[in-house]
Design a protein around this ligand. Structure first.
Ligand code: SF4
Length: 380
């Protein structure tokens, strides 16, 4: 058995039964998923209107909002805020990866650390992630132990708990001394300008609160009409990822503030003094104009389709362009990289559609992308 076979077998055995158990124990989650789908469809039907509303809301609570047409814009905006010779902690953000932010900031002389444990392992190994919520799912714990020993010079021991403790000790100092924290967002509330982030490790809470500057980078499709929808999205994402109840749900609405002196609300208080939200297009608005591709924008990044896909499992997770992988990755490679080739891998088993909380007809989208691929070949 290869390392991948061992690691994915263990990952699937842990994940799949857990999601079914969560859904059985909390039957209201399926209803919440339906509502989130409705909220996302509402935003996509008036995307420019909601982008504008979100940006105004962010500014009204003391934050700064930016619209980035492409990844070059994202790097330019982030580069101006961060500058050089800073220490940056990154909370898991797929759009930051899509924009090449870690390597870009490192090239400008900044010290940059991924703080999600899986992403840290990916950084140490200098490898692409293999799953959207479990980026190091391809690594066995034996390999992780050897990697940490080699890169951090510490022998973490043999258990899962030992490995996590070493990462905790290593990252704690980085959090406490970082100048800037960068995260993504699970959802953005158009009415309040708040971002919602769901997590279990506590790294997002540290990244969003400890450094004096917080930058959130996310796709425009993450906007929901209001904070209620955004909160629901976080709960649904956690449930279908098999991590329910989530240990932490973070709401960030602008920089830190207090109203404790005569009830006058002033900013900053103990948390960040600056909050920046970058809303990224990079192919999403064009996809939204296409009735088939629009479906893919409903994805909430739960990663459930991966574990149920026979192709993803059979080809060592190499389905899609990083950070996007699995059935959703084959769709998203087409949207943000205009790469339709990963769709060719789809065998149309249909499991992904059955388990997707957003009821995305993934095989239909992939069939459409296949036809776009052959159309592009014909034109060559
Ligand atoms: S396509 Fe559906 S199942 Fe797959 S990650 Fe997105 S929301 Fe989850």
């Amino acid at each position: 058995m290869s390392d991948w076979d061992i690691a994915i077998k263990r990952g699937i055995e842990h994940n799949i039964p857990r999601v079914y158990k969560v859904l059985k124990e909390h039957p209201y989650l399926e209803d919440l998923a339906r509502k989130v789908r409705e909220g996302k469809i509402e935003v996509l039907s008036k995307l420019d209107y909601y982008i504008d509303m979100t940006m105004k809301s962010v500014e009204s609570i003391g934050g700064k909002a930016y619209f980035a047409e492409n990844t070059e814009d994202v790097r330019e905006i982030v580069g101006k805020i961060v500058g050089t010779n800073k220490k940056v902690v990154l909370g898991k953000s797929m759009v930051a990866y899509e924009s090449g932010i870690r390597k870009y900031l490192q090239s400008k002389g900044n010290e940059v650390w991924e703080t999600d444990l899986g992403e840290l392992l990916i950084q140490l190994a200098d490898e692409p992630p293999s799953h959207i919520i479990a980026p190091a799912v391809h690594m066995t714990k034996e390999r992780i132990r050897d990697l940490i020993k080699e890169k951090l010079g510490v022998d973490p021991g043999d258990t899962h708990e030992d490995i996590v403790k070493v990462a905790r000790d290593f990252l704690r100092q980085k959090f406490l001394t970082a100048d800037i924290g960068i995260t993504g967002a699970n959802a953005v509330a158009a009415d309040s300008g708040s971002i919602v982030l769901v997590e279990n490790e506590g790294n997002i809470r540290m990244t969003t609160v400890v450094p004096p500057i917080h930058i959130a980078i996310t796709g425009v499709e993450k906007i929901l009409p209001n904070l209620e929808y955004a909160m629901n999205e976080a709960l649904v994402q956690a449930a279908y990822a098999g991590l329910y109840p989530p240990t932490y749900v973070n709401i960030t609405s602008g920089p830190s503030s207090t109203g404790d002196v005569e009830q006058k609300r002033v900013s900053p208080a103990h948390g960040p003094k600056e909050f920046h939200l970058i809303l990224v297009d990079n192919g999403r608005k064009k996809a939204n104009e296409d009735p088939v591709l629009r479906e893919a924008l409903l994805c909430i990044r739960c990663g459930r389709c991966h574990f149920h896909c026979p192709v993803y499992r059979a080809i060592d997770g190499k389905m899609g362009d990083p950070p996007y992988s699995g059935p959703m990755g084959a769709m998203w490679s087409g949207i943000v990289y205009q790469d339709y080739k990963p769709a060719l891998l789809c065998s149309h088993a249909g499991n992904c559609r059955e388990v997707c909380p957003m009821k995305i007809n993934i095989p239909k989208v992939l069939e459409y992308l296949k036809s776009k691929y052959f159309e592009s070949i014909r034109k060559q």
